[in-house]
Every structure is written in C-alpha cells, then in structure tokens.
Design a protein around this ligand. Structure first.
Ligand code: ATP
Ligand code: MG
Length: 159
C-alpha cells in the first residue's frame, strides 16, 4: 500500500456492547501521538466508543465516569488519553485558547468528539471514525486512516 492511499473500513454495530468491544480493542492499540477524530450525530455512540477505548487502555473506570464541564478530559491508563468534546466550540480560535493543541502529537493519545466542528484540530496523521444511526440499536461505523501510522492502526484494529 502506498503512503498516499486512503484506507477505509465500514461495518455495522448491532448493539452498544459491540461498539464497546470495538472500542476496547482500539484502546489496546493506541500509542502516544495517535489522534482519533469522532464524527456523528447526537447519540450516535461517540462517547460510548471512547468509554470502550478507555477500558482497553486500562483507564480506571472511575476516571471516565467523573463528570466535568471541561473541553478536554485527561485520563491516565497504559498511556495518557485525552478525551475532548468540541460540541460547544465555535471554531479554531476557541479551541486554541483551551491549550488543546499542545496535547496533539504529545505523550498521550487524543480522542476528539465532534471533530467536524473544528476540522483544523486534526493533524495530517489521524484516524477519522464516523458513526451513524442505522435503525434501533444499530450503528454504522466508517473509519478512515490518514497517514502511515493511522493506516497501521486501522488495519490492526479492523483487519
Ligand atoms: N450500537 C450502539 N453503539 C453505541 N451506542 C448505542 C448503540 N445502540 C444504542 N446505543 C446507545 O446510544 C447512546 C449513545 O450515546 P453517546 O453518548 O455515546 O453518543 P454520542 O455520539 O457521544 O452523543 P453526543 O454527541 O451527545 O456526545 C447510548 O445511550 C447507547 O447506549
Ligand atoms: Mg458524546
């Protein structure tokens, strides 16, 4: 596969448990510097997937459950995880002011809900996951890898 090739995967998740399991598997694969953008409507399952990722990265459950109104939630697991939700942001300047950009490409992996609100937040090298309602508890998942590392991550996650 060439460097410029866009690698994608699509699948259907029949239940919340299936989404969780997929998240756990991704959490076991993330490395420092990885960036995962999550896109999808309200209730599509972005946070649900991230909870699975946190479990897979051995983040104590209590950390993920702790309620906070911050834009970025730091978790400490096997590696640091930064869980951001850009829903309430209006643009890049807003995000820049939070200090979020200092975390990107740093010592942790970054997971960002509502990446489509501030697409410039994504580094060139990233994994983009789009979730959509597909009737009842079903969700469709599309994953797109941008860059060499993200292709490796995606093909390990969803062979
Ligand atoms: N297959 C599925 N995968 C994930 N979640 C599902 C699925 N089926 C039902 N659900 C339910 O849908 C809801 C998803 O909520 P979640 O908070 O993860 O959405 P979200 O995409 O983060 O929304 P928001 O934009 O509000 O942050 C949960 O209540 C979950 O139990
Ligand atoms: Mg959410």
């Amino acid at each position: 596969m060439s460097d410029g090739e866009l690698v994608t995967r699509t699948l259907t998740l029949a239940s919340p448990e299936e989404t969780h399991r997929l998240g756990v598997r991704l959490g076991g694969l993330l490395e420092p510097g990885d960036f995962v953008g999550l896109i999808g409507d309200l209730g599509a399952g972005k946070t649900h997937l991230v909870r699975g990722v946190a479990e897979g990265a051995h983040v104590p459950r209590s950390e993920v459950a702790s309620p906070t109104f911050a834009i970025v939630y730091p978790y400490s697991g096997r590696i640091p995880l930064y869980h951001a939700d850009l829903y309430r942001l209006t643009g890049y300047d807003d995000l820049y002011a939070t200090g979020f950009m200092d975390l990107v490409g740093g010592e942790g992996a970054v997971l960002v809900e509502w990446l489509d609100r501030v697409p410039e937040a994504a580094p060139t090298e990233h994994l983009r996951v789009t979730l959509a309602h597909a009737g009842g508890d079903a969700r469709s998942l599309k994953a797109e890898a941008f860059g060499v590392r993200s292709v490796a991550l995606l093909t390990a996650w969803l062979p």
